[in-house]
Structures are given as C-alpha cells and as structure tokens.
Design a protein around this ligand. Structure first.
Ligand SMILES: Nc1nc2c(c(=O)[nH]1)N[C@H]1C(S)=C(S)[C@@H](COP(=O)(O)OP(=O)(O)OC[C@H]3O[C@@H](n4cnc5c(=O)[nH]c(N)nc54)[C@H](O)[C@@H]3O)O[C@H]1N2
Ligand SMILES: Nc1nc2c(c(=O)[nH]1)N[C@H]1C(S)=C(S)[C@@H](COP(=O)(O)OP(=O)(O)OC[C@H]3O[C@@H](n4cnc5c(=O)[nH]c(N)nc54)[C@H](O)[C@@H]3O)O[C@H]1N2
Ligand code: SF4
Ligand SMILES: [Mo]
Length: 673
C-alpha cells in the first residue's frame, strides 16, 4: 500500500493527511504525524476524507444540455460551446454580462487561473466565491483595522493564551483541531468565555457562558469594552504607540453599560462585567470567532467590535494573543488570497491600483471598474442583465440565501456552465457540465485559516475523462486568446509568486510536509507565524466606533421565532461529499430542526415529530429535535440536506459593506405537519 501526503479537503484547519492507495484506489486515510498543526490527529471527517473519491455518482464525462436532458459529449465539444457562447454574450451585451464563481474547495492555482480567465479572458471583474457568504466581513473589517484580513497568529498559539473569548463559533464541531488547542490552554488554567445563543459543546465546558439574543453582539462587546475602560484594564501604552481613533470608541462605548447591553442582548449585566474582567486582566487574551459573528447585516461592524476589544487591551502581535477568524472551507483563505474577488487581484491588490501591473504581466488590456459580488451577479441575472455564468465547485442552489430567488436567477441565464465532481442541484440547471478531478486526483495547494500554504498530491487517476481544473481553465484561456502554456500546477505557482507579494517565496520544492505560512516574500524567507508583531502594514491599527443595529427581521406575532442556520460535525455544507460518505451519513442521516423544550411544549411538538418550518420566503418539512441546547424563542436548522433545504427559508438582506447575507437571523414559525 502506498501512502500519499496531502491536505484535508474539509475545513480551514488544514490538517495533514495521508491517503492510502491500493491497486489505484483510495482505500483509506490517516493523519500525518509530521504536520505542525494537526500533530498526527484528525477529526472524523478527515479520517473518512478518501471515501467519496470513487463514489459511483462521480461526474465522468462532459455533458451538454439537449432539450431537458444532459448528454455526454467530448471535451472538445463542451469547451468549444462554452467559449463560443460566452464570447457571443460578451459581443452582444458587453463583458459585464458575464460572471465567474470560483471555488473555495478548489486549489490556489485553480482560483488564480479562474480570476485570470474572468479578467484577462472575459474582460470582466465579475468574479467572486463563497467567502462572500462566510468571511467577507473579516476581509473588509480586519483589512481596515489591521491592514490584513487574516488570522493574526498560528492556531497552536492559542495554547499559550491565559484567557480565550470564543464568539459565534461551534469550534468542537466545525474546527475540531482549533478546539483542541483551546482545550489545551484551558487544561493549563486559561479562563474560557463562550458567547453563543446555543449551548455548544464548548459552551458547556466554558468558565462563563454568554448567550446573546442572535444579532446583538455589538451591544455586549461594547459593554465589555465599557467595563474594561471604567476599570482601567486597557493597555494605554499600546494604544498610544500603535493605534489611532481610540477616543471616538471611548466616547461611543461610554453609554454601553452592562445594564444597557443586558436590555438588548439578554445577557445578565454581572456576567458581562465578569467577562470583561477575565478578558481585560489576562496576561495573554485571544479572541476566536466564526460565522455566528460574520453572517449578519452588521457583519463588518461585529468584526470591528472584536478588533476594538483586542486593540484596547493590547492583545495582538504576541504569542497567545490575537484575533482568530476561523475560516470555512479548506481553501477559502487561498481563494481570497488569489483575488477571486471583484475588487481585488491576488495578494489583495486593489483593481484600481494594480491593473497596469497585471496588464504588463499578462500582456493584455484589463477592465478597470471593480466587478459585482456573488449575490449582485445573481440579482442582475434575474433582471436579464447578466446572461452567462461559469460556476466552479459551488452549489448555490443549496448554499445561497432564498433558494427560490436563486433558482429564478439561474434559470434566467442564457448560458450556465458548472464544473464539479458530483452532480448537484446547481448542475441540474446547467447548459454545460464539466467533470473535475477531486483533491485526490490532482496537484495544487490549499491555504489554511492560519495562512499555511500546503500541497495536495495526486494519489489516483481521475474517473472517466474528468480533468484537473487547471488544465480545463488553461484550455479555456487559450480559446479566449490568452496564452496559458502551463506544464504543471507548480508552474502556475511560479506565476502566482511573481505577482503576489505575500506568496513571493512560495515554490513547490519548499512546501514539503509542513507548507509555509504567508507572508513569505522571498525564497530565503522562512514564512511568518505571528502577524503585526513589530508594526502594522498600515502603520497604526485603526479603531472604529460601532453601534448596535437590529437585524433586518424581528420576531413578531406572525413569525414569533428566530431561525438561525448552520452546520453539524458530520456534514459539510450542501452534503455533496459527506452525504456520500457512509459512516458520516449514518451518524446524521436526516435533517432536523432544533427547538427548545418550552417552545415545543407550547406548540404541542414532540421530539422526532414531523414539523413544518416557515418564513416569509418559503417552508420546509423535517423532524423536530427538542433540545435545551437551543434557547427559548430560537430554532436552528442545518443547511446540509436537500430533503429540507434551509436556504428556502433565509433572506437576501445584506451587510451594506461586505455584502454578506443574514444567514443567522430570520423570523420564522413552526407547526406540526
Ligand atoms: N463539520 C463541518 N465543519 C465545517 C463546515 C461544515 O459544513 N461542516 N463548514 C466550514 C465553513 S464553510 C464554515 S464558514 C465554518 C463555520 O463554522 P461556525 O461558524 O462555527 O458554524 P455555524 O454552525 O455556521 O455557526 C456557529 C455558531 O454561531 C452561533 N450563532 C448564531 N447566531 C449568532 C449570533 O448572533 N451571535 C453569536 N455570538 N453566535 C451566533 C450558532 O449558534 C452556532 O453555534 O465551519 C467550517 N467547518
Ligand atoms: N443557511 C445557510 N447557508 C449557508 C451558510 C449558513 O451558515 N447557513 N453558510 C455559508 C457558507 S459559510 C459557505 S462557505 C457556503 C458553502 O457553499 P458551497 O461552497 O456552495 O457549498 P459546498 O457544498 O461545499 O459546495 C462545494 C462544491 O464543490 C464541489 N467540489 C468538491 N471538490 C471539488 C473539486 O476539486 N473541484 C470542483 N470543481 N468541485 C469540487 C462539491 O461537490 C460541491 O458541489 O454556504 C453558505 N450557505
Ligand atoms: S479538523 Fe478540519 S481539516 Fe482537520 S481533519 Fe477535521 S475537517 Fe479535516
Ligand atoms: Mo463558510
């Protein structure tokens, strides 16, 4: 049996993995003992990461729509039709009638080539991906505050913290290896505060649990800062030496007393005062947050509120301190780094400023207006102004908010190409379907949430005629008149390194079993663990005063409950891979809505009973799971199940800055069905 060193495909932890190969098949997976973060450990999804690879449902051949059926064709037919259709739409309506959605499941090399295809091939900056639905507020918020939207420290640094505040992150289920470092710190005596409306496993282990009403985080975070200022727990020296704008924040939080915050968030004032003292008096305090903070119409302000807390207490740039946004897909960090974003090239270089640099490098004229975000593209599609869309490794029919709107938008397109490894609810609507090689069948790199750039390696042959995307996209670039003679993924990384300052020293021969953490500007640079240690790239870090705003929808007589949506340990997103992994699907085979026993009793709902959940957008039918873990007044639905797709219920209300939708708050009602 051969063991091929690679990287887990599921979450941003980026654990090192060995794929076991026998007779040309992946027969298992085990942890890499050499990996600097995972240290020979994996969560259940990692152990089972190889199972979907040879599932019989894999897409094997290119398909073209003929009438209402998708029929097998050659690659030549599929790619010629794709190129010709996209070109025809651009000629008729201009290049901005086209858009590209890239993949956080894809490699850096694939994301780089896709953004090059959009900009140099199709001549539009309409390129985006699911980071928009996930951590767009982190990119916007932390770029403003610190000059970089990335996690400030390596994950392992959490073990050195003496206090940890976890906000809106179900860490043991969604980022299990991050949780292991939090628990290690706790074992050494660190104080743990967890703020989550639901009683997550980690909340159950916390020294202090804060349960805010969903969508009220700014109110209570400002109250923490209020107490920290009142009790002189701020780090005045740090504030004076390294930041700007503190006075405006001090003024704003003056009125945010714990009592005022209790009225908004429902968290008892004495708990807020205690949390402030734990955080403010710790020698090394860290903040961990995830989608419970970002997926709100106040997402960017929520992130800034946490940044204010970290800056006021000088908890940045040192071991055991810092701000840890837990990024989502295993390569969402990389997809953002590669500039799969409508206003930024790779390395977060602004379209307006970097265009000429890329025109020179790619020897072609490039569009100068920033493009549209993912949901803006779909809104234009619905209006008939965006006609052609290329979707690689995303399943918006299940993952984007308000599915019936998404369906209308996708159906209104003149031409839709979908490239995936499995048939999906989205590929069912496509005019052309392109079969991709999975992570076990190609070369490339992923960048984990701790900025660690790591290789994936080809372990087995792709099924049928499926191809690595870097080859597919190179082929399309050629057809669009852009030279793309890459012989390997490694060669694409050389081009990335030459154009992306943070990746300047990244070459395949340096990546080994541990990868490299960016910024890594030159070949002799060892990579960077802790950011902002000596200085911020923007000079001084920026405070910004933020205030509580209510979510767009509130509970009312008609829809008296607040619906929040999210995930379970055993499944990933729209389930395309985990629901095809028998042990994972056996653990959680069916969708269920979590409801508090008191609400259930009032509504006459018993555990396991079929119910219907309704919002202003639509309704789904599923089982009730009665649990104390969900607070009274709230219900929780995971979005993994096509039998009861949660996004039928969610709304397209957006954060005005980052354009993330409010997945975490919708007004809902529930009844027996
Ligand atoms: N097993 C598994 N792991 C995953 C994924 C997966 O699908 N499956 N997906 C990956 C991806 S893409 C992402 S983005 C991450 C997401 O990781 P998480 O953000 O940890 O996961 P979620 O379940 O979306 O939500 C986290 C928590 O936010 C809480 N929450 C809801 N509303 C609020 C609020 O207003 N305030 C606060 N403070 N908390 C709130 C919820 O109760 C929930 O416990 O996980 C990654 N890891
Ligand atoms: N209601 C609700 N909705 C949400 C969220 C929520 O909390 N609540 N969270 C949002 C968040 S944070 C995220 S990140 C999104 C996730 O949304 P998506 O990214 O759309 O969800 P996935 O199911 O991961 O889709 C990835 C697709 O890539 C395919 N794939 C896997 N490997 C490869 C490959 O190598 N090549 C190609 N071409 N395809 C591949 C998979 O089969 C799958 O179809 O969902 C968002 N939607
Ligand atoms: S923690 Fe994340 S990266 Fe690690 S094995 Fe589990 S799913 Fe994979
Ligand atoms: Mo995500």
């Amino acid at each position: 049996m051969e063991k091929v060193h690679t990287t887990c495909i599921y979450c941003g932890c980026g654990c090192g993995l060995l794929l076991h190969v026998e007779d040309g098949r992946v027969v298992g997976a085990s942890p890499s003992p050499l990996h600097p973060m995972s240290l020979g450990r994996l969560c259940i999804k990692g152990w089972l990461a190889g199972e979907f690879v040879d599932h019989p449902d894999r897409l094997r051949y290119p398909l073209i729509r003929r009438g209402d059926r998708l029929s097998r064709v050659t690659w030549e037919e599929a790619l010629s039709l794709t190129a010709a259709s996209l070109r025809a739409i651009a000629q008729e309506l201009g290049p901005n009638s086209l858009g590209v959605l890239t993949s956080a499941k894809g490699t850096n090399e694939e994301n780089y080539l896709l953004m090059k295809l959009a900009r140099a091939g199709l001549k539009t900056n309409n390129v985006d991906h699911v980071a928009r639905l996930c951590h767009a507020p982190t990119v916007a918020g932390l770029s403003y505050a610190f000059g970089s939207g990335a996690m400030t420290n390596p994950i392992a640094s959490l073990a050195q913290a003496t206090a940890i505040l976890v906000v809106g992150s179900n860490t043991t289920e969604q980022h299990p290896l991050v949780a292991s470092y939090i628990l290690e710190a706790r074992g050494k005596g660190a104080r743990l505060v967890v703020a989550d409306p639901r009683k997550t496993q980690l909340a159950g282990l916390a020294d202090l649990r804060l349960a805010p009403r969903p969508g009220t985080d700014i109110a209570w975070i400002n109250a923490l800062l209020n107490v920290i200022i009142q009790e002189n727990l701020i780090d005045q020296e740090f504030i004076d030496a390294r930041t700007e704008g503190f006075d405006a924040v001090r003024q704003t939080v003056l009125g945010s007393t714990p009592e005022a915050a209790e009225r908004i968030s429902g968290i008892p004032a004495h708990d807020l005062a205690e949390a402030a003292r734990i955080f403010g008096s710790a020698e090394r305090a860290a903040v961990v947050y995830a989608a419970g903070i970002t997926q709100h119409t106040t997402g960017t302000d929520n992130v800034q509120a946490l940044a204010n807390l970290v800056l006021a207490t000088g908890n940045i740039g040192r071991e055991g301190t810092g701000l840890y946004p837990l990024r989502e897909h295993q390569n969402v960090q990389g997809a953002c780094d590669m500039g799969a974003l409508p206003d930024l090239y790779c390395g977060y270089q602004k379209v307006a400023q970097a265009r000429q640099k890329f025109e020179q490098a790619w020897q072609t004229k490039l569009p100068d207006e920033p493009g549209l975000t993912a949901l803006e593209m779909l809104a234009l599609a619905e209006d008939g102004r965006l006609k052609g869309l290329f979707i690689v490794g995303e399943n918006p029919m299940m993952s984007y908010p308000d599915s019936s709107q998404i369906k209308k938008a996708l159906e209104a397109l003149e031409f839709l190409v979908v490239c995936d490894i499995f048939p999906t609810e989205t590929s069912e609507l496509a005019d052309v379907v392109l079969p991709a090689a999975s992570f076990a069948e190609k070369e490339g790199t992923f960048t984990s949430t701790e900025r660690r750039i790591q290789r994936i390696r080809r372990a087995v042959k792709a099924p049928g005629e499926a191809r690595a995307e870097w080859e597919i996209i190179s082929d399309l670039l050629h057809r669009m008149g852009v030279p793309a003679d890459y012989a390997s993924a490694a060669e694409i990384m050389e081009e990335i390194a030459s154009l992306t300052p943070q990746y300047g020293g990244v070459h395949y021969d340096r990546l080994g079993a541990c990868g490299l953490q960016w910024p890594c500007p030159s070949r002799d640079h060892p990579g960077t663990g802790i950011l902002h240690a000596e200085k911020f790239s923007i000079g001084r870090a920026r405070f910004r005063a933020v205030e509580h705003r209510e979510p767009v929808e509130a509970a009312d007589d008609e829809y008296p409950l607040i619906l929040t949506t999210g995930r379970s340990l055993y499944h990933s997103h729209t389930g395309t891979m985990t629901r095809r992994t028998s042990l994972l699907d056996r653990e959680v085979p069916l969708p269920a809505v979590e409801i508090n026993p008191e609400d259930a009793r009032l509504l006459g709902i018993r555990n396991g009973q079929p119910v219907m959940v309704e919002t202003r957008r639509g309704s789904i039918s599923l089982e009730a799971r009665v649990t104390e873990d969900t607070p009274k007044g709230s219900i929780f639905v995971p979005f993994h199940f096509s039998e009861a797709p949660a996004n039928v219920l969610t709304s397209q209300a957006l954060d005005p800055v980052s354009k993330i939708p409010e997945f975490k708050v919708s007004a809902a009602r529930i009844r027996r069905s």
